[in-house]
Design a protein around this ligand. Structure first.
Ligand SMILES: [Ca+2]
Length: 457
């Protein structure tokens, strides 16, 4: 907790801090990376007029063309200097949206590792509640496969949708749903805890969905899309035999993972952001079978929820397990935390209210950023968008017990790292270059969504 407090730093403190770090380095202290005060990179607008861009992928070995998935239900084909054009329209197959905030829609996109030769790609989206689900639940999250023509990757094969797996969702939020293929060739699919505060309520099992091994909510799932029908279970999934938990589970104890990636270099670590409820935003290194703590822990601490609507949640029987995991397994601590700004009635100088996961920069355009973990916070305000780009130096390693520290990522024109709009998501192309997807509104409607690329300037 004490180490976390030291991260609390106003963006305006960045310049003097950079100076202090430089002095420390010159005196032989040898702190992490030292960069010039004026960043040589910035954000280049490559697409606008979208709604809520949430995931992207290069179609080929070059950066472009890009597929950009919009939470509102469209996947666009994006090339610089051309208007985005519709590649896939899932709106007729989706559940609806709230007038206000919403976490439903298209939430995940991933191309098969052999996409070039098999044309297969995968999308996670919110479908209407299926008949077998409890009738008072909200919707059904669907993972589907689609195909493009192998001779022309920009052309979808009509009628190619094949439903892989559906997960019923009690609420409209905490869906997560992000997708990525690992270096092992398996598809990883993150899920949120299902909705309600404290992971308690309608659609939440007694010990919380995230801690239960018998629900697919609050998990990292891992599927083999090259065997079985509609999918196979990798033999080393922790509950592959289905005895102690659902075989699709790879890791658990997650609340609402808002972005994850595999490092293209190094140890190819799986790096995941988990949005906190009351106190801490987290980055976690996800390992096979790991229990990442939610709702028993938040950050490095036992989770003690703040009272809501006048009720003291401590009075809820069975809520708190502060000392040990209910199943006796050790918890996996995050590798990085910072204070969420969402606490009520507290003066704060934190980065924002909701962490957005990113990428270790392995591109070639900005050598200055090589090896830096680049991520973001959605916004400091819930109402108007003032997101921030953040960075951490992974030099401390990714082993259990390693700790990274978050700081703003200043870029040309923004010494504070602040971004206009809500940072909806970050993306990475085939060359390892990084994209920042924003939305000018805190809604899944309108046309204030933009895609920027981090480029030398
Ligand atoms: Ca955690």
């Amino acid at each position: 907790m004490t180490e976390a407090n030291s991260y609390r730093r106003s963006p305006r403190d960045w310049r003097p801090l950079a100076g202090a770090v430089l002095l420390f380095f010159l005196l032989g202290g040898g702190l992490a990376k030292v960069r010039s005060a004026e960043p040589s990179y910035g954000l280049k607008l490559i697409a606008e007029g979208l709604t809520a861009p949430i995931a992207l992928a290069s179609l080929g070995e070059d950066s472009e063309p890009l597929l950009v998935a919009d939470q509102a239900g469209l996947i666009h084909l994006v090339q610089s200097d051309l208007p985005p054009r519709t590649f896939l329209d899932l709106r007729p197959r989706m559940s609806g949206f709230n007038a206000g905030m919403d976490e439903r829609g298209i939430v995940g996109l991933a191309l098969h590792p052999e996409f070039k030769t098999n044309g297969r790609f995968f999308v996670a989206y919110s479908a209407p509640l299926r008949a077998v689900a409890p009738s008072d639940w909200n919707h059904t999250m669907r993972l589907s496969e689609f195909r493009v023509r192998v001779d022309r990757s920009t052309v979808l094969v009509p009628g190619s949708e094949r439903v892989i797996l559906e997960i019923d969702q009690p609420g409209w939020n905490h869906n997560s749903g992000r997708l990525a293929f690992g270096p092992d060739g398996y598809l990883y699919w993150s899920t949120g805890d299902g909705s309600a505060p404290n992971d308690i309520g309608k659609g939440h099992v007694a010990q919380g969905n995230a801690q239960s091994r018998h629900t697919l909510l609050g998990k990292m799932l891992r599927l083999d899309l090259d065997s079985g029908s509609p999918y196979g279970i990798p033999r080393d999934n922790p509950f592959a035999d289905g005895v102690d938990g659902y075989p699709e589970i790879y890791a658990y104890g997650l609340r609402n993972p808002w972005g994850f990636s595999f490092d293209r270099g190094g140890n190819h670590d799986l790096i995941l952001s988990d949005v906190g409820q009351d106190s801490w935003e987290e980055i976690n290194i996800i390992r096979n079978g790991g229990n990442y703590g939610w709702r028993v822990r938040e950050g490095f601490e036992p989770f003690v929820p703040k009272p809501r609507r006048g009720k003291d949640p401590r009075a809820t029987p069975g809520l708190l397990f502060p000392e040990a995991s209910p199943d006796g397994m050790p918890f996996m601590d995050p590798i990085l935390v910072y204070r969420t700004s969402r606490r009520i009635g507290e003066q704060n100088d934190e980065f924002g209210v909701s962490i957005t996961g990113g990428y270790i920069y392995r591109g070639s355009a900005i050598p200055e950023l090589s090896g830096t973990y680049i991520f973001a916070d959605w916004s400091k305000s819930m109402a108007f968008g003032n997101g921030i780009l953040l960075q951490a130096d992974p030099a401390a390693g990714t082993h259990v017990g390693a700790r990274w520290i978050a700081s703003p990522l200043p870029y040309k024109g923004s010494p504070s790292g602040r971004v206009q709009g809500f940072v909806w998501s970050l993306g990475e192309d085939a060359k390892g270059e990084i994209y920042v997807m924003t939305n000018g509104a805190n809604l899944v409607s309108g046309s204030r969504g933009k895609v920027y690329k981090l480029v030398p300037m």
